[in-house]
Write a protein that binds this ligand. Structure first.
Ligand code: THU
Length: 160
């Protein structure tokens, strides 16, 4: 028997002012996107901002539906929009922020499992790691250099 061990490395910042300029402005863009969410059912608004290799920033917000399973997460709305507008440009980073109707979110809201897989597909497709910048409404900010830190043992096209 042997054991596989995975290391997850997360930079923790106490405030936006501690971030570098690129991360800070991407996080601000994600916060703008929160305001555009359509979340009348969960009242949980999520915003995502994708930074592309060509310098463009593409926003996404969660889009809900009375037929609940149709709801789309902010991260995938942003990634798929970016991939449609710029199909051959790699994704460099994604920032994510959220607001809840129930409470002030003071810890970072990490992407759901499906979005982790979608972010990983962007890494695979662009052949370059995607940096993550994650915050709740307030509080600490988590930064990671690759989605692999949140999704070890990734499934990808090499298996097909
Ligand atoms: N949501 C996101 O937009 N991203 C995530 O990573 C987690 C969840 C949305 C989906 C739904 O509209 C609401 O948050 C509550 O689950």
């Amino acid at each position: 028997m042997k054991k596989l061990t995975f290391n997850t490395s997360i930079e923790v910042y106490s405030d936006v002012s501690e971030l570098n300029e690129t991360d800070a402005s991407l996080l601000l863009a994600a916060k703008e996107a929160v305001e555009k969410a359509y979340a009348p059912y969960s009242k949980f608004k999520v915003g995502a901002a994708v930074l592309l290799e060509n310098g463009k920033t593409i926003l996404g917000s969660n889009q809900e539906n009375a037929a609940y399973p149709l709801c789309l997460c902010a991260e995938r709305v942003a990634l798929f929009s970016a991939a449609t507008q710029f199909p051959n440009i790699a994704v460099k980073a994604i920032a994510i922020s959220a607001q809840s109707h129930n409470k002030q979110l003071s810890i970072p809201v990490p992407p759901c499992g499906s979005c982790r897989q979608a972010i990983y597909e962007s890494e695979y497709r662009g052949k370059s790691p995607v940096r993550l910048i994650i915050q709740g409404e307030i509080g600490e900010i988590y930064c990671l250099d690759t989605i692999k830190d949140l999704l070890p043992l990734t499934f990808n096209a090499d298996f097909l």
